[in-house]
Design a protein around this ligand. Structure first.
Ligand code: C2E
Ligand code: MG
Ligand code: MG
Length: 722
């Protein structure tokens, strides 16, 4: 069907006079282009249409072989898509009107047909047929769409009675279109609240009443005809007429069972730790808040325990992550056995667990739980036929004493846990306000440390190491100094541990090393006697995978002779991962860099390793040196260390010599070198340079001159018995 010009008109008319009149009209301007085919009977017309097509049929309703509506029906059947104009007698106009209902597009009355009227009617019929066909195909397309879409669709009239259900709606409601037709929508689309089972009014009625799109409230279920409940979501819109007024409504809804299950799973996953299945921090926070609210009402206490596993990282690194995961699962199980049902064991990620004890009558109660946990976790974890041992450090905070909300309580427990770790691990600590002050100080140090390097707040001081036999300066230990613009000078004992904790020791340590090497070269270039430069290396630096590369790069860039560099590393660092340490020490030895064990005697050393490690020197910790003048066991220890060092062919250096008595003792016991305030405090590079200049120039002439020479600038710099 198209709106193209009228080309062929089929006239079905038995009256030849009438037919002639019409043919004449086709000679009038406007219709001349059209071809008129004339037949006298319906049967002839049918035959013609079997073979040919026409752009319009002009049909007389009084044919000998078809009369009235029968003629209309047969014409429709023969050419369904061809526009039809009927011609009736003056007395038969009602028949013509019926013909319109049966599908004719227009009618003409015999005796009143004018050329212009005929033209108008033909064009109108074609136009109308075109619109009808278009509407039909659009309706077809809409119906097909509704049949195919996965959503259920229900439409109603203005009264809210059903006019349409698509297939999905039929399935979901349990009603067929036929059964549902004309029934009130609330009967077919019956909605309840999933929890309360209260009836929810149909959104259609609202959509019609308000003449706007609406939705069901959340958490609704559709009650199917057989009583089965389906979680649904919907949207309902009014259907409007030309004036925008509602004439009915359409509701589109879908089964959201799968989506709801998924939402529930996601909600669970968001609140739980995937590895252990324990609640995570989010859920714990909520539970702490609830417990605190309840405890306020019943005036009892709530305790939060922060647990950190000691040695877990080692298991993870050496035995692999899957072993690490199993250990965490084993820990989770044991922790659960230590608490009661209302309590919550949660995992924070990594090797940290938080436990909420929600009803504590007395803090002793939480101490008992903490002890139980220490005992439980200390037992061997048997995993893949291996026995693994772990310790735990626990910090405890208590509501209302330490905080009123989850965040504060967790923070306090965390601080207390750090204290427990510092107290030697494998123990628990209750939070105290003093701990908080310390933690805040650490925090402030950390924040300031971050900017200290770029603001050039660091400086390296140098402390001489002296040959105890002849008083010559054999080397210098580079010691970091930090001067903050407002906080003043902050001692290394305060900032080095913080820098180690937060990783800043890596850039800071690298800077100190470069500075020391550059300085050593500057003194050599100035022609001063060549000395060994000792630089401290912390655990984190030593284990940094790029430690060696960076070190060698610094040596070559500063042109420093590796044989003049000595790294001071504490025994704890070396013993922790002995195999790894061994390989690094070997690489250093190959390059010519020397290594001294710092603070010797304070940690736990294994003699067998000491023998295997390629080392150069032992530094006796100053705590032993301090005791040498008293006749205590410590003197024996110092003697033993010196002897041991000699047996291992290591240089022995005594740290922290302050008095001539200490010096005398060490000299008497053949200690090789010494360092301490007795000789000199750590001093800035410039002062140390001057010291080197003087000692260099006086050395050959009068060794005894140091004593007096250095007094004014370095009051303690005196040598005895050279
Ligand atoms: P350490 O390596 O054992 O350094 C010796 C410490 O003893 C220095 O403390 C030094 O000033 C101090 N000292 C020297 N002679 C005496 C004495 O006669 N009496 C007393 N009471 N103390 C004496 P300082 O400079 O405060 O450094 C403390 C620690 O900080 C160092 O211990 C070292 O472990 C660390 N440190 C210092 N600078 C660096 C650095 O550049 N890198 C790294 N990783 N650690 C550093
Ligand atoms: Mg040192
Ligand atoms: Mg030391």
């Amino acid at each position: 069907m198209s709106r193209a010009a009228i080309s062929v008109v089929l006239l079905v008319e038995d009256n030849l006079g009438d037919a002639r009149l019409i043919r004449e009209m086709f000679n009038e301007p406007g219709l001349t282009a059209a071809e008129l085919i004339h037949v006298q009977r319906m049967s002839e017309a049918e035959r013609y249409l079997e073979q040919n097509t026409a752009s319009l049929i002009l049909l007389d309703l009084g044919l000998p072989d078809a009369h009235g509506l029968e003629a209309v029906q047969r014409a429709r059947a023969a050419a369904q898509h061809v526009p039809l104009v009927v011609i009736s007698g003056l007395d038969d106009e009602s028949m013509a009107l019926q013909a319109l209902q049966q599908g004719a597009q227009d009618y003409l009355i015999k005796g009143q047909i004018e050329p212009r009227e005929l033209q108008r009617s033909l064009r109108y019929a074609i136009e109308r047929k075109y619109i009808e066909e278009t509407l039909f195909s659009e309706k077809e397309r809409a119906q097909a769409t509704l049949r195919c879409i996965g959503d259920a669709v229900v439409t109603t009239d203005i009264l809210g009675n059903i006019t349409f259900l698509n297939l999905v709606a039929e399935e979901m409601t349990g009603w067929t279109l036929q059964e549902a037709m004309g029934r009130p929508v609330a009967e077919v689309f019956y909605i309840e609240d999933a929890t309360t089972h209260a009836v929810v009014p149909s959104p259609l009625e609202r959509a019609i009443a308000l003449n706007q799109t609406g939705h069901l409230p959340q958490n609704c279920v559709l009650i199917r005809r057989d009583g089965f409940e389906l979680p649904v979501e919907d949207s309902a819109s009014p259907i409007r007429d030309h004036d925008g007024l509602a004439t009915g409504a359409v509701i589109v809804f879908r089964d959201v069972s799968a989506a709801r299950v998924m939402t529930e799973q996601m909600a669970y996953a968001a609140a739980h730790d995937f590895l252990t299945g324990l609640p995570n921090r989010l859920l714990l926070n909520e539970r702490i808040q609830q417990a605190v609210a309840l405890a306020k009402r019943h005036s009892y206490k709530v305790a939060v325990l922060y647990l950190d596993l000691d040695g877990f990282k080692h298991i993870n690194d050496s035995l692999g992550h899957s072993m690490g995961d199993k250990v965490l699962q084993s820990v989770a199980k044991r922790l659960i056995t230590c608490v009661r049902t209302p309590d919550t064991v949660s995992r924070q990620g990594g090797d940290e667990f938080l436990v909420l004890l929600s009803e504590v009558e007395h803090p002793d109660g939480s101490a008992i739980v903490a002890k139980r946990m220490l005992n439980q976790l200390a037992k061997a974890h048997v995993i893949d036929q291996r026995e693994l041992y772990l310790d735990v450090s626990i910090g405890v905070s208590v509501f209302p004493d330490d905080g009123q909300d989850a965040e504060t309580l967790i923070k306090c427990a965390d601080i207390a846990m750090y204290q427990a770790k510092e107290n030697g691990r494998k123990n628990y600590q209750f939070f105290t306000p003093a701990m908080n002050a310390r933690a805040m100080e650490r925090q402030s140090i950390e924040e300031n440390l971050r900017r200290a390097l770029e603001r050039r707040e660091f400086e390296v001081y140098y402390q001489p190491k002296v040959d105890l036999k002849n008083g010559t300066i054999t080397g210098a230990e580079a010691l970091l100094r930090w001067t903050h613009p407002t906080l003043g000078s902050i001692p290394p004992s305060q900032f080095i541990p913080v820098a180690e904790d937060c990783g800043l020791i890596l850039p800071i340590g690298a800077w100190a090393l470069r500075e020391a090497c550059t300085q050593a070269q500057a003194w050599r270039d100035a022609g001063l006697s060549e000395i060994n430069m000792a630089v401290n290396v912390s655990a984190l630096q030593f284990r940094d995978p790029s430690f060696l590369i960076n070190l060698f790069k610094t040596l070559s860039e500063t042109d420093m002779d590796p044989r003049h560099l000595e790294l001071e590393i504490t025994e704890g660092v070396l013993m922790k991962r002995a195999e790894f340490s061994s390989s690094i020490l070997k690489a250093l030895r190959d390059k010519g860099v020397r290594v001294a064990i710092d603070d010797f005697g304070t940690g736990y050393s294994s003699l067998s390793y000491l023998r295997k490690f390629p080392l150069d020197a032992l530094k006796i910790d100053q705590s032993f040196v301090r005791q040498t003048t008293m006749e205590t066991d410590e003197t024996t220890i110092v003697r033993a260390i010196i002897d041991m060092g000699k047996n291992l062919k290591l240089r022995v250096i005594a740290e922290g010599i302050e008095t001539d008595k200490e010096l005398a003792f060490l000299q008497a016991n053949q200690c090789d070198e010494g360092q301490g305030y007795f000789f000199s405090q750590p001093v800035p590079a410039k002062d140390f340079g001057e010291l080197l200049t003087r000692t260099s120039s006086h050395l050959h002439k009068d060794p005894g001159a140091y004593r007096t020479m250095n007094r004014p600038r370095f009051p303690q710099f005196v040598f005895k018995r050279f």
